[in-house]
Design a protein around this ligand. Sequence first.
Ligand code: PMP
Length: 384
Amino acid sequence: MDLDLLLMTPGPVNIDTEVLLAGAQKLKHHRTTDFAPIYADCVSILKRMFKTEHHLFLTTSSGTGAMETAIANHFNPGDEILTVETGAFGERFTQIAKAFRLKVIPLKYPWGHRAKPEDIEKALDKNPNIKGVTVTFNETSTGVCNDLKPIGELLKKRNILFITDGVSGIGALPFEMDAWHVDVAISASQKGFLSPPGVGMIALSEKAFAKMQSIECHGYYFDLKYYKKNQDLVIPSYPWTPAISVMFSLHLALQKIEKMGIEVFHAHFHKLAEGLRTALKQIGLSIFTQPNALSDVLTVINSPEGIHPSKIVQEIRNSYGVLIAGGQGEITDKVFRITTIGAIGEREIISTVGLLEIALTKLGFIKDVGKGSTALLKYFCNHS
Ligand code: PMP
């Protein structure tokens, strides 16, 4: 039987059909008053969700394009930057900064651990010319959620630009750009905003905005000066041809999230994540991520001894039509990942846990099937 594939991966995530269909409507021209309110409303709603009063631009790209935009618009070749690496996406910022010929000082953590402000402080003392620091908010490769607030306070005192990659975190998790003193915050449509991929987001504090204006951008397509100029037109627009259809979907998804209430949205994902972790414990599976760094976006699970994670992923995908994710980078052979964000609810978590139990029974790890599912059902009954 051909089953509709359910995405339980940490991006792209499972999306509401109505949101998908919004992208299938007849095109509007991006330089007309037909499209301008959609574009402008996406920007306004996103500013409320990033919790910023300042600047926000959309890019026609995935999250990596928005990361590149941050570097290209804020640094000159030879500038020093500290890249905090708590996993594969922290490393990506190192690579992007190197591609732009910056002098990069990586601060590397063992995978699964969160960044510590005191280590950042030490690195800044040792390298007094550092002009910017990048930190991943939610590290999708390790399941680590970094605590940005104390880092923001530290960087504000030193007048250093604070850049955060919120590609999988913003939208899905509580985030306070202005209150946490984040200068450049990046995200993308396909994760916490429950939309198809294709739109990147970059928000700037006044400090970052002034710096962007004073620097010659190293590139053309992502030069934010063009984005600002077009956003300020009588008919607000985008400098190039945007991903119009994706923006239709994004607009509807944002309206739905706002209608639900962003705090309710976050609480929903928290419940799903806690339910999943309750079940995993009863199944006898351990979590890769350090307990003080857990995230509601995804849970990274150690594969049982002797079972390669790809076997579990394939079994659940091929037999039951649910796609969970394998590991990334140095932990590819060790872990698998299950998301708890997207247009999903208890139904999807219950199915995923049940199917995981069946797969692990077939693979010989579970002898007494149902312990995880029972714990999950009880958890949801007690938290309805
Ligand atoms: N940063 C993080 C934390 C991510 O999870 C991802 C996507 N997995 C990216 C950056 C890159 O985003 P994209 O694939 O949209 O370019």
